[in-house]
Design a protein around this ligand. Structure first.
Ligand code: FES
Ligand SMILES: [Fe+2]
Length: 380
């Protein structure tokens, strides 16, 4: 264990988020994705869980998205089971009704003077590239981080996906800067795109987090940009377009300590025209992963055309570490440099947060796109 991780901080400080845990408090200081726009139709409400807490997310009949406290102030049932009326929500239990900005509107069995004292806590929410983002922290929400890499419509079709992963989010974040696993966990994808050599990994801290550089013997480089605290941006080969590198961003948000919402936004150059249909009809990736981990089948038995094959492959490896990985018995090597740097940055920020010291203000300057890959330089 490095010096930065000794003493006051254990690995639990990165992984545990519930009940006011420090990592949960840290993550709440950033906008987090909470769902896909297309899955929240006007006039519907849904109960969501983020960072260990429930919220009610609903879309008014006018199309406006609203994020409010989950428990009705009256006797605490979830507002998500109620009715959306206009841009307001009415509780299913005794009919109390609140507007999208939290004001009490109707309290059928109560006096007006009592009703006026009731309101809901509301949370900032916005939509970007087909994804709904919420802010769960105290005080004013920070500036929203945009990705010009994903906004470029000339780069292809937008593909958004949200998948619940049955293990702790920090394993998923570490994997984002683990280029070597691609050669084994997703060997056929790496091979089909000519990524044959195991890369040499270097990493450095940046203004937005860290960049991990995978350099291969042919001179090519792949850059993985890990935006603090839980976003990655890189090029990948995806099932929906095996012939091109797809620009891929992913947010790994803890639902609670043992499950993670992975929200992915891709720009797919030449998408398989059947991809939306295949995604609708696929067997639940978590069901397949659970069967593999229960010894009922092997990863090699999974349909190699399953649209989320890489998610299944990753889940088996990462849930295979333990639902919350025990990092005390690991042996990190040279290829884990980026993971080591990621942990040191997290340890530093957790220490600062705990001690009330200033945190690093992550940012990306300029409007330009980040470099995500460099082709091999042709030999003279
Ligand atoms: S619990 Fe919501 S109105 Fe009674
Ligand atoms: Fe992977």
């Amino acid at each position: 264990m490095s010096a930065a991780l000794q003493g006051r901080h254990s690995f639990d400080d990165f992984s545990l988020v519930e009940n006011g845990a420090i990592a949960g408090r840290y993550l709440a200081q950033f906008w987090q994705p909470i769902g896909l726009s297309r899955e929240h139709k006007p006039g519907t409400a849904k109960r969501i869980k983020m960072l260990g807490n429930f919220y009610t997310l609903y879309r008014g009949q006018d199309g406006q998205i609203n994020l409010v406290q989950d428990r009705c102030p009256h006797r605490g049932t979830s507002l998500a089971y109620g009715w959306v009326e206009g841009n307001s929500i009415r509780c299913r239990y005794h009919g109390w009704k609140f507007s999208g900005d939290g004001r009490g509107e109707e309290f059928p069995a109560e006096t007006q003077s009592y009703a006026r004292s009731m309101c809901l806590k509301v949370y900032p929410v916005q939509e970007y590239l087909g994804v709904i983002f919420g802010f769960f922290g105290e005080g004013e929400a920070p500036a929203f981080l945009r990705f010009p890499e994903l906004e470029d419509e000339s780069a292809g079709e937008l593909l958004t996906l949200a998948v619940v992963l049955p293990y702790n989010y920090f394993q998923r974040i570490e994997n984002d800067v683990d280029e070597v696993h691609i050669h084994y966990t997703h060997g056929e994808f790496a091979g089909s795109f000519g990524l044959v050599d195991i890369p040499r990994i270097t990493a450095r801290e940046t203004e937005y987090g860290l960049v991990s550089i995978a350099a291969r013997a042919d001179g090519s480089k792949l850059f993985t940009h890990a935006f603090m605290p839980n976003i990655m941006l890189r090029d990948v080969v995806i099932q929906q377009d095996r012939d091109n590198l797809t620009i891929h961003a992913a947010w790994r948000v803890p639902i609670d300590d043992t499950s993670t919402l992975s929200v992915m936004i891709d720009r797919v150059a030449k998408p398989d025209p059947t991809m939306h249909q295949k995604l609708k009809e696929m067997t639940d990736p978590n069901e397949l992963s659970a069967r593999i981990m229960a010894g009922e089948m092997s990863l090699d038995d999974v349909d190699q055309n399953h649209p989320l094959l890489p998610v299944i492959q990753d889940t088996v490896c990462m849930a295979g570490q333990g639902i919350i990985a025990d990092r005390k018995s690991e042996h990190l090597g040279a290829s884990d440099r980026a993971i080591g740097l990621l942990r040191r940055i997290w340890a530093r920020e957790m220490n600062a947060l705990q001690e009330g010291q200033p945190l690093k203000e992550w940012r990306r300057s300029g409007e330009g796109k980040l470099v995500t890959s460099e082709a091999a330089v042709a030999a003279e």
